[in-house]
Ligand binder design. Sequence first.
Ligand code: CDP
Length: 228
Amino acid sequence: MTKPALTKETVVIAIDGPAASGKSTVARELAKRLGYRFLNSGDLYRAMTWSCLQSGIDCKDISAVATAAGNARIKVAHEGNEYYPKIDEDDARTHLRDPAVNANVSPVSAVPAVRYILSAAIRTHAQGRQTVIEGRDIGSAVFPETPYKFYIDAHPQVRQRRRRNQGQNEEIAQRDMIDSTRSTDPLTVAAGATVIDSSTLDVNGVVGAIMGQLCSQGLSAALLCSKE
Ligand code: CDP
């Protein structure tokens, strides 16, 4: 993808990792402490999946999904500090964790046209802003140029337990497998990323480790280093 260069004032902190590794909670808290925006890129993939399901599209039909993505009008809207996707003006927020979306989001996300379109929307959203963005390929593919990359992992059993504690019965192993083995922008540790195993760390522990790393990289030293 030819990517328009990021402007000087743009800062992206990329937080990638597998399902239920704790990235959302950590990324949201980090954004709050830094006064940055927070964007969950998975919500865009989930909204696109919901939109396909609404239109009766077979999510395993690559060309039908690609056509739907090409025709969709995608927008990142906001309500206060909450950023969320709108597709064709539909607010999908209450449907993003529907079982049907859980079951179909990884196949939809593996379609190259979907990745191309949503990655471009995410870059446009970040341009000129300071944003913590979580996902699967944010550091490796969407913003390879950002120096601030983190990969949050946790033992598979810990992740499955976390998902159950959220009241969800989803088997996350299948989604992880599709996300890690797809040919376009698979889940991977980006070059230069700091890997944090959150199996035995709480949210404060992970956020503290990220802040420490950002501080050592010289990001907004006054803000970060005085607080920790
Ligand atoms: O369930 P969890 O919060 O861990 O996942 P999510 O962030 O909501 O992402 C849902 C799905 O969207 C992932 O399993 C991937 O298939 C896809 N996704 C992606 O392909 N690329 C991203 N940058 C973010 C999500």
